[in-house]
Design a protein around this ligand. Structure first.
Ligand code: SAM
Length: 266
């Protein structure tokens, strides 16, 4: 298989990968046959999957605008994905040119592409790190050069916590971010919801995901709520992504397979 120039030698392009599958779902070009095949199998199980991906990305844009309007000028976007339409710095800096953004992802393709589009942006950077090691991210010199943790910051964990299995104690990981950020900071998440009666096809996709570097761990709304311990939940609470501060007059079809929530650190 030919390797395009944008993919580093260390990247295994024979195994599907969450960043590239999501890129394909959103209509991007940084993906391979193995990712497209994976997405198409998943789409058999969840026929609305492409709409779910777009609805999640639209929520990301709305929540960044909402946070910017609330006065937030620093963003730590963890599990940021391969840059695509409506990246955090583009949304935030449209309203607040001084807004500062650090993108973090474990995937080398996402990070190298982020670094290349941010080369001329002094207020934003991209680093490679694993969200399960918050101390490495919070103590990273590039994070310290862009974000002042003594001032309010928005930590974004959008469509990524369902790639953290229970064994890795996601609530404790979130608590580490919570304890490191200033009062008045925010945490914004979206998270895949457990289907109480999954179809055989859905179980098969879950098995397929187990063979990727990022197996999927969907959760119930109650389990997701427990992860926001210590934050004050912003209205309207934990809701389908399409229902989190929708655009006025929006007729977007409700997508209940992924929920959104924003918490404020008191
Ligand atoms: C579905 S994409 C979401 C991208 C973006 N946050 C959005 O919602 O549009 C999930 C991203 O999380 C990244 N990811 C998965 N596990 C991660 C981890 N442990 N640490 C950092 N990033 C991770 C993947 O590489 C992928 O780019």
């Amino acid at each position: 298989m030919d390797r395009p120039g944008w993919v580093a030698d260390e990247v295994d392009i024979t195994v599907p990968n969450a960043a590239r599958i999501y890129d394909f779902a959103l209509g991007g070009f940084h993906n391979f046959e193995v990712d497209r095949q994976f997405f198409e199998a998943a789409e058999q199980a969840w026929p609305n999957l492409r709409l779910v991906a777009h609805a999640n990305r639209a929520y990301l844009r709305r929540v960044v605008q909402w946070l910017t309007d609330a006065g937030i000028r620093q963003f730590l976007d963890v599990g940021s994905g391969i840059p695509t339409l409506g990246n955090v710095h583009e949304v935030a800096q449209r309203t607040a040119p001084d807004a500062r953004v650090v993108y973090v992802d474990v995937d080398p393709v996402a990070v190298s592409h982020g670094q290349s589009i941010l080369a001329d942006n002094p207020n934003a950077c991209a680093i490679r790190a694993d969200l399960r090691r918050p101390e490495e991210i919070l103590g990273h010199p590039d994070v310290a050069s862009v974000i002042d943790l003594t001032q309010p910051v928005a930590v974004l964990l959008i469509a990524v916590l369902h790639f953290v299995p229970d064994d890795d104690r996601p609530a404790e990981i979130i608590a580490s971010y919570r304890d490191a950020i200033a009062s008045g900071s925010y945490l914004a998440i979206s998270h895949g919801v457990t289907d109480p009666a999954p179809s055989d096809e859905q179980e098969r996709v879950r098995d397929l995901y187990r063979r990727t570097p990022t197996p999927i761990s969907t959760r119930t709304p109650e389990e997701i709520a427990a992860m926001l311990d210590g934050f004050d939940l912003v209205e309207p609470g934990i809701v389908p992504v399409t229902e989190w501060h929708p655009e006025p007059g929006s007729d977007e079809e409700p997508q209940r397979d992924i929920v959104a929530a924003v918490g404020r650190r008191p």
